[in-house]
Design a protein around this ligand. Structure first.
Ligand code: SF4
Length: 238
């Protein structure tokens, strides 16, 4: 395993273990952590996410048990990392405490080249794959900041990649044809690749207000838009 990576993966393991043992418990709704996907939903409408969580049975316990499973996934992936500092791609869970909030997620791929993270790839099924929504940015930024806070070597050259496709089959084809040594944006009809640069200041600026909600520092914000038409809570929302 390349120098330094062992220590970074140990940091990730420690956060996952701590979460699974209940050492983090006190975010809103008793959640022990948030995921990049949850933050992306929050960016669409925080009030809707709040209604969804109110309808869940023991959301905190369910997520602690998921963190326990991810410890095993991480240990297995760690055993498969090739020796040396060349170029390789990891499929691992990532975890870190970001501004006092544990964030845990599993990107599709983390590509490492010459000891640095060259690309982080996330996949998504979308009715409009050519569009990059603010919630997509939140998801990518959450992964990037979590990797950085865990200690992964990132730089402004690290590419944040969203692979979006209309259906699962197109997404698998897009991801399997991806050349991570030179990622470029692709604008297709049924599938697209969106590529952003890692910028920790920008990422934190976008995520800080979302994380403040989980620390209980403010109430849920209502965000009205065309998505309200399909919201199951529109009667309650008023
Ligand atoms: S109706 Fe609109 S504003 Fe209200 S919770 Fe649903 S998405 Fe949010």
């Amino acid at each position: 395993m390349p120098d330094g990576l062992e220590e970074v993966l140990e940091n990730v393991r420690l956060v996952l273990e701590a979460v699974s043992k209940g050492e983090y418990c006190c975010l809103r709704f008793g959640l022990p952590y948030v995921t990049p996907g949850l933050l992306a939903s929050q960016a669409l409408c925080e009030k809707r996410l709040e209604y969804e969580l109110l309808g869940e049975q023991e959301p905190g316990a369910k997520r602690a048990s998921e963190a326990r499973k991810l410890v095993e996934v991480l240990l297995e992936a760690r055993r498969r990392i090739p020796p040396g500092a060349g170029s390789f791609t990891l499929s691992i869970p990532v975890a870190a405490v970001v501004e006092g909030v544990p964030v845990i997620g599993r990107p599709h791929a983390v590509h490492v080249r010459n000891g640095r993270v060259a690309a982080v790839v996330v996949g998504k099924i979308s009715g409009r794959p050519g569009r990059l929504y603010p919630s997509d940015k939140v998801r990518l930024y959450a992964y990037a900041l979590t990797l950085e806070r865990a200690g992964f070597p990132m730089s402004s050259g690290t590419r944040l990649v969203l692979a979006a496709a209309r259906d699962n089959r197109s997404l698998i084809a897009l991801l399997s044809g991806l050349d991570l040594s030179r990622v470029r944006p692709v604008a297709g009809d049924g599938a697209a690749l969106h590529v952003l640069a890692h910028d920790p200041d920008l990422e934190l600026e976008m995520l800080a207000p979302l994380l403040a909600y989980w620390r209980g520092e403010r109430q849920a914000a209502v965000r009205r838009g065309r998505w309200c038409a399909s919201c199951p809570f529109r009667e309650r929302c008023g």
